[in-house]
Design a protein. Sequence first.
Length: 167
Amino acid sequence: MYVEVEDGFHRVYGFSPGDAFFNMVGAAIPLAQWTFPLLRNFTLKYSYWPSPGYRNELKAGQGKAFLDDYQGTTVYLAVDPHFMLGSRLRDALPPWLGLAFGVGARDLDETGGGRRQATIALDYNFSRIQTGSDFLQALFTFVDFYHLPAPGIRLDGKRIIFGVFYP
């Protein structure tokens, strides 16, 4: 909601009811996952790499928060596919491997123009790796909030790109 309140005072962007609604939905996800265990197979993840525009602003001495760098951000819905596989496939697929579906935008301007990107990539669920170390288990749980670079397919405008994607 921080960004929505900030945008509400911006002369060009303005407050977005749709964005505010989805912020609240995102905040309600942990409660829904606690209430409906099936939803624990779905996780929101975040990926970030500073965009060229953001790096240029930092070099020019304009201190901005990285949260405002929409072009460097991709948000993913990670899916643990094991819950929908038969026992043979479930046993063949490592428990820490899943899929993630991401959305992001690049080359944004202040009028809503820009390129939208959609990504389907492998995802790593590190918290499923069993370890005897409480420290490593805590670290793995923390890292699971982020989508790390992984092979996948990206739809960028009318182009289809195969590769390893970091944000």
